[in-house]
Design a protein around this ligand. Structure first.
Ligand code: GLY
Ligand code: MN
Ligand code: MN
Length: 433
């Protein structure tokens, strides 16, 4: 993304905070075991405003500050450390590449914060995100209070920055939609590759390797979340990630996986037969989920409520389950009493963006919010028939979810993950080829 985009975001945020000050830290580099670390992923909010990819950094936005409004505290260059651990932007890079007005060593943060906080009425922070950073900030505020007799003025209001920032993140601008679309296309290619590779006797982790190989070949540094590759009964475990079982002839395989590109997520689920042909029961349930998904996508448009597409999916699923004899009773009543919930226990989707379950309120003053152009959400109905549902054995262990990423446009919506088969015939044809 061009750096002007982040500059514009900072300017928009600074307009909202007026003469307050915003301070945010990025994520820590997380130890894994011994002296090994997990691959580094910056904090989404911090990255949204800075595009700065390194750990040990704090951004300060101080509207009207004579020495510069955007300060970046970060690691200094260090040839020896860089020889072992990789390049650093350093103070110069923070200014030249990332547009900081002033860059300071992260080690000077404690000394500089009191002065930055002095005479600001409001402090905007990500309270509770990194507790040790909260503590650091509070002791800096105390330091300002300690100088009150010398004319210092400590902030009186502490405001959660999320309220402003997450509303900004919820409405995606053109470049963000492009990036999520690219991540969606890459994820779709991975899913198609996984479908072509799948056969009885392969292991779930082998399918995962094919899928994620495609993501990595396409430039994705990591998956947007741990891939779910769930054969047979494992598909009825919603967050199954063990991915260590062999795939059985006659079972379905559910794959929920998405590529991440420059910290933007995609999120796709497809379900298909391990041997390439749906059985009668599998097809009957699959067609209901597919109909629910298409109807729900049609219910994604500006001026419709965010609950409407969920309600649409619930009704189609409930009708379908009654038609198959898996549920008994009146559809309206089953919907009203959530009688479908043993088979469909999750919501039909969520916001999608830098986080797979992206930020933004779903309700405003206790009312489901109205969809607006620029929002991106997933549409992912499912039916899961575990033996615990007590239905006839022939339905057992059918777990099906179909998930696409949908952009709310001015006129309706656009599916960003369309290029991976989901019709029964398309899936069977692809797997036969
Ligand atoms: N993969 C997480 C979700 O679909 O919500
Ligand atoms: Mn998913
Ligand atoms: Mn999802």
């Amino acid at each position: 993304m061009p750096s002007e985009i982040h500059q514009k975001r900072r300017q928009d945020l600074m307009r909202c905070i007026d003469d307050g000050i915003a301070i945010l830290a990025t994520a820590h580099h997380q130890p894994r075991n011994g002296d090994t670390f997990y691959p580094y992923r910056p904090d989404s909010d911090f990255y949204y405003l800075t595009h700065f990819p390194e750990p040990e950094a704090v951004a300060v936005l101080a509207p009207g500050r004579p020495g510069g409004e955007f300060l970046l505290f970060c690691r200094e260059r260090n040839p020896e450390k860089e020889l072992w651990d990789g390049r650093r932007a350093g103070l110069e890079g923070a200014m030249e590449t990332y547009g900081a007005d002033q860059a300071l060593p992260i080690g000077q943060l404690d000394d500089c914060l009191p002065e930055l906080l002095d005479n600001r009425d409001k402090v905007y922070t990500m309270m509770g995100r990194y507790p040790e950073f909260d503590t650091e900030l509070l002791s800096s505020i105390n330091a300002v209070r300690g100088r009150i007799r010398s004319g210092a003025h400590a902030p009186g209001e502490y405001i959660d920055l999320r309220h402003i920032l997450h509303e900004m993140r919820l409405i995606k601008k053109k470049d963000e939609v492009k990036l999520i679309h690219a991540a969606g296309k890459l994820a779709a290619a991975g899913h198609a590759r996984a479908m072509r590779f799948t056969a009885p006797g392969k292991f779930e982790y082998q399918v995962q390797a094919e899928l994620e190989c495609e993501f990595r070949l396409g430039g994705s540094a990591c998956t947007a979340y741990p891939s779910i590759v769930a054969g047979g009964e494992n598909a009825c475990i919603l967050h199954y990630t063990d991915n260590n079982c062999p795939l059985k002839d006659g079972d379905l395989l559910l794959i929920d996986a998405g590529a991440e590109l420059d910290c933007y997520a995609s999120d796709i689920t497809r379900t298909f037969p391990v041997n390439g042909r749906f059985t009668g029961e599998q097809k009957a349930v699959y067609e209901i989920v597919l109909e629910a998904q298409k109807a729900a996508i049609d219910a994604v448009a500006p001026n419709l409520s965010v609950i409407q597409y969920h309600d649409t999916a619930v009704r189609v699923i409930t009708e379908g389950l009654v038609d198959l004899g898996l549920l008994q009773g009146d559809v309206d009543e089953l919907v009203e009493t959530r009688g479908y919930s043993p088979f469909y226990m999750h919501r039909t989707g969520h916001w999608l963006g830098m986080d797979v379950h992206d930020v933004g309120d779903y309700k405003i003053e206790d009312e489901w919010r109205i969809l607006e152009p620029g929002m991106i959400l997933t549409v992912e109905p499912g039916i899961y028939i575990s033996p615990a549902t007590g239905v006839d054995e022939k339905w057992h262990n059918i777990g099906i979810r179909i998930e696409d990423d949908v952009h709310v446009t001015k006129r309706g919506n656009a599916v960003l993950t369309g290029n991976v088969p989901k019709e029964v015939e398309e899936i069977e044809a692809l797997m036969a080829a």
